[in-house]
Design a protein around this ligand. Sequence first.
Ligand code: HEM
Length: 400
Amino acid sequence: MPLGPRETTSTGFLPSWVPTDALPPALMPHVEACRALAARYHRDGADVRPWLAQTFAAWDPRGIEDLAQASDIARDGAMSAVSMLAHAFRWGAMPAGDDARALTALDLPLGLAAPLRWLAQRLGVPACGNLYHMVIANWRLPGFTPGTAYSPATLRAEIERTTTMHSWLQGPMDGHLAATLRCLLLTEVAGAEMLPAVMRLGDAALRRDAKETVALLHTLRAGIAEVSGVLGRYMRPQRIAPEAFLSVIQPHFGWGLQQDGLRLDGASGAQTATIQLLDAAFGVRRESAVGAMAMQARAYLPAAQRALLELVDRRAPSVRAFVVEVVGPEATALWNDCLASLHQWRRAHQKRGAMYLRTENASYHSVSGIVAKQDSRSRAAAFERAMEEHVQETIDARLR
Ligand code: HEM
């Protein structure tokens, strides 16, 4: 059950409160359009552009004042709704047509462009969708009141009852989207439990507290094993069908349009904050193409999350030095166990990702562009090769 509003809880990279679609009046047409979206967008012969262009042709600038005065959770809810519609306008239909895939720039209707631009600037993210707003803060759970506090542990316990707050899919495909949502939420639930341990690890190294360092590494080892287990349970064809992922889930996340000379990605798995946290905490190098892509993906995380990850990055070398020089063989072994688990996560993502990409499907395109458009066999091989370098960077972070 949700906690009372006065009780505090640490939700890590998850939203602090149950996501809400009770938005300021200027944004309620956006919520209504989100409710109608799946039936118009996910069907044969669809094109939502005329409908969205008409519904959002105008924008009253006073709506910005509403947004400025809204609570943080309402602003996040607004970003979820507006970016969902912006992506639907960008693609027109799901699966998308060839013409939409060929686009490199696009003018959104004013009623989408204006709030999207303002929200992106306020939240410190690019003006397109991102994983936090399209997935991590885009869920509902019967019995959990929007806008109230909750604990990650209760979200985990109830995970099979979570659904997307705004979905773009209908029928069985919507079930595969829900499984993708649950996989990412459970990853962040484990992250919420590990984040305090990562922060305390930095403090313990500064205080040179060997005993606490060992205890915290135990906590992290269990947390990373859980992250690995979550991927193993959900990233499988029975739960998230390759056809669903490649043709109507992942393509909607992509943006791929130029803005001010830059190509904006949209939402991607590389924006998973918990994986970012683990690379940072254990000082995994990010010099390979995939490592560099993960660093670029940080720009799409809410500003506060990005700042936290930068802090963890800065403290990582002193934690590592303390574990090697002072704490001793037990801590070294635990450190290496943690990296072995993260390696296991990456190996599973690499092998299963390649299995997904081998599925014959012409509509797939990688969000970051790291996997070039090719036939299914060569694109799976290109993905495996690209991921391998970051797998090696993970192994290299072990202590000897
Ligand atoms: C379901 C099938 C999946 C496929 C086919 C897949 C594919 C990909 C691809 C192609 C990339 C390269 C970047 C891009 O083009 O977006 C990538 C990166 C990444 N994905 Fe996935 N992904 C899947 C599921 C997941 C899930 C469920 C998670 C998180 C729980 C995830 C987390 C990541 C991360 C963290 C990266 C960055 C590379 C790294 O840190 O190792 N992916 N994925």
